[in-house]
Design a protein around this ligand. Sequence first.
Ligand code: PMP
Length: 412
Amino acid sequence: DLAEDPHLRRGPRGFPLLPGGYGRSTYYTGAPSPYAIRGEGYRVWDDRGRELIDANNNFTSLIHGNAHPEITEAATKALSSGASWGIPNLYEWDLADLLLSRLPDLDQVRFTNSGTEAVMSAIRIARASTGRERVVVTKGGYHGTSEVALVPGGPSYTRGVTQGVIDDVTAVPLNDIQFLRQAVEAAPDAYAAIILDLLPNRAGLLSISEDFVREARDLATRFGIVLIIDEVISLRLGYNGLSGEYGVAPDLLTTGKLIGGGFAVGAVVGRAELMAEVDPTRPGSLPHGGTFSGNPVSMAAGAAALRLYPHEEVQRLNRLGDTTREAVQSKIAEAGWEIRGRGSLLRAVPGGAEKVSEDIQHRLWWASYERGLLGSPANLLSLSTPMNEHVAADIAERLADAVLAVAGSAEA
Ligand code: PMP
């Protein structure tokens, strides 16, 4: 019953049906959350009667906003023939083809159900092919919730993770080339992979420098380490992904979010000699499955989403992000805040901040919400293709207003 506040619903033994009242820990914004009721284009309506500009877009997945007619049609058409099967389907080949046409340095795709699974599988492929165990990550980065992926988040992320897993990971400070080089050169034969998110939101949405990426690429090539670029979020930033914009070819690329058109998805895309690790026709290949991996609904919706996001749309949305950032920056500078990001991704932070307290993140989330703007709890905003300059200007105004309210109350 949607009319009832779900927070009040208790099970037979008196507990809320979901731990803390939440189905995802990443929804949490410090106070009971509103519930989404309906979405259309760039707007979402909630159970408190608010109409919101959706710049959360399910954590950047909805590149075409809510309920895009062509994506809905593609998903519905696939679903009407059966939600999933236990033998391969043809939709998977279509999405793989579309993805590889955008990633010309890579050869093959293996779909998963989430970005978390994609990163987890990529790490295992790298370890299996190199026969090594250690992994380099950048400090503060987020790569999902597999055990290795939690380590760069530090001690608050790694409760329940074994010391052995933690010891296998070297977390390099963002853009510290010297640190990276020394760590790898000290034990090059120990490293299986270097994993990079080129625009890590949890690390403050600061870009990884081109020099740092080039150094990582050089070290990987020199020492036979697998370079994994995690484009679960950043794929939207260039027609050939953000690695394409940098002009750096990964050995494995992980992605997800937008390539499922709003449905559950992830993918490992890689060079053929590495992807051979999950080729079941080869004796001794790695076990990889997933009951819903490559399901026709995610694949059909994802293919529609990629077809609706050609080069010109990527560029248009990136430019829209530029104008939004410019408009916000001019309004929040006097309060000592700054706007960060690239292309269609943006985030306001207190000036110079590398780590923003959860309290500030939550206050900005609520201040934005009260002004009709829906962001992510970590304040990442993403634009979607139904948006135009008017919507972008509206976002800029609401965000700037929210920032000024938070900055003002923090000083008070
Ligand atoms: N990698 C990155 C860079 C991400 O941002 C995320 C999720 N935001 C993931 C991996 C995990 O993806 P998922 O939530 O689909 O498991």
